[in-house]
Design a protein around this ligand. Structure first.
Ligand code: DSN
Length: 420
């Protein structure tokens, strides 16, 4: 895209956008929740659909002129259902937080109990962290890992807590947990106490859609919430999927609109539809598998170096490293130093962190974006070696040399324009 009209109209915004384009092209993106979308997805987001108000759902809107918006939303719903084997899909949530809040509102009454993964063990702010408003509406109770070195969840404690607190929902899912959950065990525990099993699969949605990880619906989960922009490689947005219960799906639709949101963002919904079609291509399965192979290759390099990886490695796309104990550098300083070398990732708290959240002990990184650019396992290993050298030695020459190599690797792997 050349942004010819922005260039002509608004030099300041043009400079910001083109600067970001350059940053994304020249650096290596390792934030595990980020990815690159196709030009088709980007064109949809810039389309005239942004001009349209479409409160309601296809065939039942509050405004006229919906013949094209209805079609595009129906397409997105049908493709989402096919991708995840869902009976119902709501593609209107504006993001993952909205999707989670709408699901809570649909499935519980204020004051009800919900059991979710502890943020410090890999959960997410929207799973009831005390800083969120939603934590004041519902009674969040937590579960976590039994052993942070292996990542094993304490399922017995989860079950005991469920029996004791009688939650309406058990929420499985994470934003910083590198292992696979025992979906069946969690669904069975939920149903054993008459709770619904909800999985927030935002981080791993693409790996599930690409059949590289198991689908929680196959193990009895009732509802999935997700973002569409991480491993799924779609536009920024959210979605809620229901396995087969029409009553639950109806409650979710009502909770999204009019319960929580106003007019849906139809340009984003068109972009979701395009990205879902891309994810239905056979090549997406290869992509999903490669994301995991690449992450495991990086984890092996760090382990061989002796780095402490939380949970001991990874089963998915993300890795959590304790840089404070392994490199004697804080997460914040590590993030900054790697940024200088052109490698972008994020500082992250680790389980039982002795440091604060703004300057924690860990870093979190992953392979969805590198894999989209076509990096293979050997190249990912080289990126891991570069990271180790920069984390070990922060002198100017090490950083300059790493930055030069990062630029060469990035130039060799331009961001693809299309995935079909
Ligand atoms: N910000 C996203 C992440 O990085 O995991 C989810 O909130």
């Amino acid at each position: 895209m050349d942004y010819a009209h922005i260039h002509q109209e608004d030099a300041e915004v043009y400079a910001a956008i083109t600067g970001e384009d350059k940053r994304q092209a020249e650096g290596l993106e390792l934030i595990p929740s980020e990815n690159y979308v196709s030009l088709a997805v980007r064109e949809a987001m810039a389309s005239t659909l942004t001009n349209k108000y479409s409160e309601g759902y296809p065939g039942k809107r509050y405004y006229g002129g919906q013949e094209f918006t209805d079609n595009v939303e129906r397409l997105a719903i049908a493709r989402a259902k096919e991708l995840f084997g869902a009976g119902f899909a709501n593609v209107q949530p504006l993001g993952g937080a909205n999707a989670n809040i709408a699901a809570y509102m649909a499935l519980m009454q204020p004051g009800d109990t919900i059991l979710g993964m502890d943020l410090s063990h890999g959960g997410h702010l929207t799973h009831g962290h005390p800083v969120t408003y939603i934590s004041k509406v519902f009674n969040f109770v937590r579960y976590g890992m039994k052993d942070v070195e292996t990542g094993e969840i304490d399922y017995d404690a989860l079950e005991a807590t469920a029996k004791e607190t009688r939650p309406k929902v058990i929420l499985a899912g994470f934003s910083a947990y590198p292992r696979t959950l025992d979906w069946k065990r969690i669904a069975d525990i939920a149903h054993g106490v008459d709770a619904l099993a909800v999985a927030d699969v935002a981080h791993i949605a693409g790996l599930i859609a690409g059949e590289a990880l198991e689908n929680p619906f196959m193990h009895g989960f009732d509802v999935l919430t997700t973002t569409t922009h991480k491993t799924l490689r779609g536009p920024r947005g959210g979605m809620i999927l229901t396995r087969d219960d029409a009553e639950i799906a109806k409650k979710i639709d009502k909770a999204v609109f009019p319960g929580l949101q106003g007019g849906p963002h139809m340009h984003q919904i068109a972009a979701k539809a395009i990205s879902f079609r891309e994810a239905l291509q056979p090549s997406f399965k290869t992509y999903a598998r490669d994301v995991i192979t690449n992450a495991q290759a990086m984890a092996e390099v760090f382990k061989a170096h002796g780095t402490r990886l939380l949970t001991g490695g990874t089963d998915n796309h993300l890795i959590l490293a304790d840089v404070w104990s392994s490199f004697n550098i804080s997460g914040k300083d590590a993030e900054h130093r790697l940024d200088e070398a052109g490698i972008t990732l994020n500082k992250n708290s680790i389980a039982d962190d002795t440091r604060g959240p703004m300057d924690p002990s860990g870093i979190r990184f992953g392979t969805p974006a590198l894999t989209t650019r076509g990096f293979n396992a050997e190249e990912c290993k080289e990126v891991a070696e570069l990271m180790i050298s920069v984390l070990t030695n922060g002198d100017e020459k090490t950083i300059t040399d790493a930055r030069t190599r990062v630029k060469e690797m990035a130039d060799a792997h331009p961001v693809p324009e299309s995935f079909v």
